[in-house]
Ligand binder design. Structure first.
Ligand SMILES: C[S@@+](CC[C@H](N)C(=O)[O-])C[C@H]1O[C@@H](n2cnc3c(N)ncnc32)[C@H](O)[C@@H]1O
Length: 278
């Protein structure tokens, strides 16, 4: 699928009606989109610029845009809960996912984070995604392949338990490790063994007991910096004259993010010396 330019065959296009309802189609020659508001031929859309408006046979207007990654993530079929865009954004920036990076991810789940990681590492990078469940891996693979229009060369999805993985299995250590699973503390020794010194480790957990357990586990390894933990809250606003205010509804909680960096073996990090309180 192209990312810009006039619409082409194979593009995933979102049609939005006056009530802001979305309908997604994949452009195919000779096909048409039907709704109770009339018919639109795919061939009419091919060649139009993005952001155009098209009129159906019954006179209804639809706005045309390509499907963005965020639209795909929020609408694709799921085996497991996805990492929401606000949290993926935090992972990409705080996790310092750079073009060319070698990233280990587990579990692949529905493939939402895999897609974001693949975009960030680019064609020269590598994303190795472990998933313990075949049915979830099937969702991840079909969602990623569908979004990119085929299997990205940079992606290596694998069926397996991260607890059993070694650096040799990965062809050497990785630059970044991102975990989104129920019990990440069970994989901390693996993370220690596969992450390069200076590498960034992030994990994503939904509950306070998980947060406490993984923070303690990271400290016990004694090969990471003091871990940081935070959550991100995103609140949409309605902006309409005197009615301008935050939206009433929001996703108040998704999960906590935890971040640490791998030390070189055998070092003890300097700790801040606190003055005794009088
Ligand atoms: C919440 S989902 C991950 C969602 C994914 N990050 C996404 O954005 O679509 C958690 C996944 O971790 C997998 N999992 C749990 N323990 C695992 C392990 N030890 N090794 C590999 N995968 C594991 C589960 O089967 C599940 O599919």
């Amino acid at each position: 699928m192209a990312n810009s330019g006039p619409f082409q065959l194979g593009d995933r296009v979102q049609l939005t009606d006056a009530k802001r309802r979305h309908f997604t189609i994949i452009l195919e020659s000779g096909k048409s989109f039907h709704s109770h508001k009339g018919m639109i031929s795919h061939d009419e859309i091919i060649g139009m610029p993005e952001g155009s408006v098209i009129r159906s046979t019954l006179g209804s207007d639809f706005l045309l845009f390509r499907h963005l990654m965020v639209d795909h993530v929020l609408s694709m079929p799921r085996g497991a809960a996805v990492i929401y865009p606000k949290d993926s954004a935090q992972i990409l920036v705080e996790g310092d996912i750079f073009p060319g990076a070698r990233v280990l991810e587990a579990g692949a789940g529905s493939g939402a984070l895999s897609m974001n990681l693949l975009r960030a590492v680019g064609e020269q990078g590598k994303v190795i995604s472990y998933e313990i469940r075949q049915d979830h891996l099937d969702f991840a693979e079909s969602n990623v392949d569908e979004f990119f229009g085929g299997r990205p060369d940079a992606w290596d999805p694998r069926l397996g338990d991260l607890k059993e993985v070694t650096a040799d299995d990965l062809g050497g250590p990785v630059d970044r490790v991102i975990l989104d699973m129920l019990e990440p503390w069970e994989c901390l020794e693996v993370v220690r063994d596969i992450l390069i010194p200076g590498g960034v480790f992030m994990t994503y957990v939904a509950t306070v007991p998980q947060l406490m357990k993984v923070m303690e586990g990271i400290r016990e390894q004694q090969c990471f910096t003091e871990p940081r933990a935070w959550e991100s809250l995103v609140r949409e606003w309605k902006v309409e004259g005197l009615a301008t205010r935050p939206e009433h509804r929001m996703n108040a909680h998704t999960a906590f993010l935890i971040w640490a960096r791998r030390l070189t073996d055998g070092v003890t990090p300097p700790r801040p010396q606190r003055r005794a309180r009088k």
